[in-house]
Write a new protein. Structure first.
Length: 300
């Protein structure tokens, strides 16, 4: 018998909770590793190596599935996958570019506001009806973003917050694009296509911004790609076994991990106002995910 706990009138398997918690820990490690190299290398270069080192494990995931690799490519939704890959690639690039300018915990929290942007844009792009509850949650969440950014207050450099808001915007567009991808493309195909397209596109940008990495930096970026792929796989397993809305509260443990890594590695602290902003973002995004059953969290 599968061990489980009650959730939303049903049963939530503990295995799913374990998978999503492990996934969030992997993503928090990705964020910390990304900040470590983003402080010394251009964002496009960090993004390139994250994608490049993610292609091999993603390809292995596709080959290990029940469907053959050839069958996956034959039924690939090229248009839908390309739109999703490009928007998510822009989100990743903005996130890595913004990391040097803002504490890690605050950066991750702003990125999580993508769920709220989905609520705001869905009526325009997906022709979905906005509910009063969704509109209220989005308003509260955006107020939380303002508390973190603190216009006219604590921010000495606006570049970081603007880049991270851009990350949330592109992340929201990628979430909405997922709804348009054909059902024949499963999560493994989507992860591989994203990694491959990301590596190719960012490789074209390297002549414009490049710094030869040291061996230590290459190792960090290889680990970055490996942990990102592992996190995506664990999240896929978790969502196959349980409802996305029921798992939503566990997704935000990555913010706590990010804040902990930021404090222990870079001695970053979160002031009371940004902390209140994080709480507003998490609470409102959880309410939205609970209602809409959206995929949660930045897809690192």
């Amino acid at each position: 018998m599968t061990t489980s706990i009650a959730a939303r009138g049903g049963q939530l398997p503990l295995a799913s909770i374990g998978c999503v918690l492990a996934s969030m820990f992997c993503f928090a490690i990705v964020d910390a590793l990304a900040k470590a190299v983003a402080l010394h290398y251009p964002a496009n270069e960090v993004t390139f190596f994250r994608m490049l080192f993610g292609v091999v494990p993603a390809f292995a995931m596709c080959c290990a599935g029940k469907r053959s690799f050839a069958d996956r490519m034959r039924t690939l939704d090229l248009k839908g996958q390309t739109g999703r890959a490009l928007t998510l690639l822009c989100a990743s690039g903005c996130f890595f570019a913004g990391l040097p300018y803002i504490p890690l915990g605050e950066a991750v929290a702003i990125a999580y506001s993508e769920t709220l942007i989905v609520v705001a844009l869905a009526p325009l792009i997906l022709r979905e009806k906005m509910t009063a509850r969704g509109a209220c949650a989005a308003f509260v969440g955006f107020a939380g973003v303002l508390l973190i950014v603190r216009p006219g207050g604590g921010q000495t450099n606006w570049l970081g917050p603007l880049l991270l808001i851009g990350c949330a915007l592109f992340g929201a567009l990628s979430i909405m694009q997922i709804k348009r991808i054909r059902a024949t493309d499963d999560s493994r195909t989507t992860v591989l296509f994203f990694s491959a397209v990301g590596a190719i596109v960012t490789a074209c940008t390297l002549p414009f911004a490049w710094k030869t990495p040291t061996l230590d930096a290459l190792v960090i970026m290889a680990l970055l790609g490996a942990f990102a792929t592992a996190g995506q796989l664990l999240m896929t397993v978790a969502y196959r076994r349980a409802d996305a809305g029921a798992l939503a509260p566990f997704n935000y443990t990555s913010i706590a991990w990010a804040a902990l890594f930021g404090y222990t590695v870079w001695e970053e602290t979160i002031e009371p106002l940004p902390l209140a902003g994080i709480a507003l973002i998490v609470g409102s995004a959880m309410a939205v995910a609970w209602q809409r059953k959206l995929p949660e969290g930045p897809n690192a």
